[in-house]
Design a protein around this ligand. Structure first.
Ligand code: ASP
Ligand code: MG
Length: 405
C-alpha cells in the first residue's frame, strides 16, 4: 500500500461542485489501495477577500491576528472536503496545520517550517481515514498560528510528503503541467513529461506560476518526486524529479516570464566600501527581495547603481531607499515600473557556450531592447519593456526550437 500526498489549489476547490469533483478524485486514489493525505488551499480568492476584510477594519492589521484570520480560509475548504468524502461513503478527517504537526518559526505571514511531527496524521491513516490537512499554516512553539506566505500550500504538501516518506507528492491545479512557455502567450508551447528540480526551481523563481519555488526546493532537498497535473482532467502532468535522460540535458527546457518587475536606479553614488550594504540592508530587513543588481564602473569615484524589485514592492522599497540616498550622499533616484523579465532555463547551457548570444540575437531581431542581464549557471534573464514580453517569449521559444521538446 502506497502513501501519497495530494494537494489541491484554490481554483480546484473554488465552489461546492468543484469540491465534490475533488472528493471523487481522492476517493479514486483511495480505491486504488493508497493511503491518502490531502492538502488544500482556500477556496478561490478567499485569502484575498480575508485580507481585504482585515484592511477594512485596520490600516495596519496586527500580524498575529491577521495570520489567524488567513488560516481560516483553508479550514473552510478542508472541512467541506472531508464532509464531501464522508457523503461518498469514505472515512475522512480534517486537520489544521497545528494538528498535523507543522511547527514553524514565529515570522507571521512568512513563517518557515522548522519541523513536522506527523504522529496524528499517521494515527488517522492507521484508522483508515483519508486525512485532509489545511495548507498554508503552522503553529509556533507558543501555539500561535502562523501562515507560510502566499502560495504556501504547495510547501505544506511537499513538507508533509517528505516527513511521511510518501511515494509521491501530487500537486493538482488548473493547468495540465509544466510547459515550455506560458501556453497563453505561445500556442506552440508543449507540456514537459519530466523536469529536473534545479530547472523547475529556476523556472518557478523567474515567473512560472505552476508551483511555488519553496516547494520545489524542499522536494529537491528530500528527493521527493512532485507531480504537477490538472484536477480537471486525467492528462498525465509533469513529474519534477532528479533528471533525466542524456539528450534532453543539452537543451533549453523552458522559458519563464514575469511582468511584476520594477527597476530602481540610484544616480551619483559615492564609490566607497559600505555603500551597497547601506542600501540593501534596510531593504532586506523590510523583507523586500532584490533581484538583479548592476553597478557601473565608477568614474571619479562616482557610480550608478541599478536593481530590480517586484513591482508590487516598489512603493515600499522607495520609502526605504529615499532616506538612504540622502544619508549616503547620492544624487537622486529614478524608477521604472513598466518592465518584465524573460528567462531561458536549462541545465544544458552549463559549460556550453552560445546560449546567451542566441538569446540576444533573437531579441534583437524583434527590435527588443535589453535593459539588464543576469545569469545563473542554468539560466539567462533579460529585463525588457513589459509591452514586448509576448514577442520576446514567442521569439525565444522559436529560437531554441522548444515546439519540438
Ligand atoms: N490560500 C493561500 C494563498 O492564496 C495559500 C495557497 O493558496 O497556497 O496564498
Ligand atoms: Mg491560492
Amino acid at each position: 500500500m502506497a502513501l501519497i500526498v495530494q494537494k489541491y489549489g484554490g481554483s480546484s476547490v473554488a465552489d461546492s461542485e468543484k469540491i465534490k469533483n475533488v472528493a471523487g478524485r481522492i476517493a479514486k486514489a483511495k480505491d486504488e489501495g493508497n493511503q491518502v493525505v490531502v492538502v488544500v488551499s482556500a477556496m478561490g480568492d478567499t485569502t484575498d477577500e480575508l485580507i481585504r476584510m482585515a484592511q477594512q477594519v485596520s490600516e495596519q492589521p496586527d500580524e498575529r491576528e491577521l495570520d489567524v484570520l488567513l488560516s481560516t480560509g483553508e479550514l473552510i475548504s478542508s472541512t467541506l472536503l472531508a464532509m464531501a468524502l464522508e457523503s461518498l461513503g469514505y472515512k475522512a478527517v480534517s486537520l489544521t496545520g497545528a494538528q498535523a504537526g507543522i511547527q514553524t518559526d514565529s515570522s507571521y505571514s512568512r513563517a518557515r517550517i522548522l519541523c513536522v511531527d506527523p504522529q496524528r496524521i499517521v494515527a488517522e491513516l492507521e484508522k483508515g481515514n483519508i486525512v485532509i490537512v489545511a495548507g498554508f499554516q503552522g503553529v509556533t512553539q507558543d501555539m500561535d498560528i502562523t501562515t507560510l506566505g502566499r502560495g504556501g500550500s504547495d510547501t505544506t504538501a511537499v513538507a508533509l510528503a517528505a516527513s511521511l516518506n510518501a511515494e509521491v507528492c501530487q500537486i493538482y491545479t488548473d493547468v495540465e503541467g509544466v510547459y515550455t512557455a506560458d501556453p497563453r502567450l505561445v500556442s506552440e508551447a508543449t507540456k514537459l513529461k519530466q523536469i529536473d528540480y534545479e530547472e523547475m526551481l529556476e523556472l518557478a523563481s523567474y515567473g512560472a506560476k505552476v508551483i511555488h519555488p519553496r516547494a520545489v526546493e524542499l522536494g529537491q532537498l528530500y528527493n521527493m518526486p512532485i507531480l504537477v497535473a490538472s484536477s480537471f482532467s486525467d492528462s498525465p502532468g509533469t513529474l519534477i524529479c532528479k533528471e533525466a535522460s542524456m539528450e534532453v540535458r543539452n537543451k533549453v527546457r523552458g522559458i519563464a516570464h514575469d511582468t511584476n518587475v520594477a527597476k530602481i536606479t540610484i544616480i551619483g553614488v559615492p564609490d566607497h566600501p559600505g555603500i551597497a550594504a547601506a542600501i540593501f540592508e534596510p531593504l532586506a530587513r523590510a523583507n523586500i527581495s532584490v533581484d538583479t543588481i548592476v553597478q557601473n564602473a565608477s568614474i571619479g569615484n562616482i557610480t550608478d547603481l541599478t536593481f530590480t524589485v517586484a513591482q508590487s514592492d516598489l512603493v515600499k522599497a522607495m520609502s526605504i531607499v529615499g532616506p538612504v540616498i540622502k544619508s549616503i550622499g547620492a544624487k537622486r533616484c529614478v524608477t521604472d515600473s513598466t518592465l518584465a523579465k524573460v528567462s531561458i532555463v536549462g541545465t544544458g547551457m552549463q559549460n556550453t557556450p552560445g546560449y546567451a548570444a542566441r538569446m540576444f540575437r533573437a531579441l534583437y531581431e524583434q527590435g527588443i531592447n535589453i535593459q539588464l542581464i543576469t545569469t545563473s549557471e542554468i539560466r539567462i534573464t533579460c529585463i525588457i519593456a513589459e509591452d514586448r514580453i509576448k514577442d520576446a517569449v514567442q521569439a525565444l521559444h522559436k529560437a531554441f526550437e522548444l515546439e519540438i521538446a
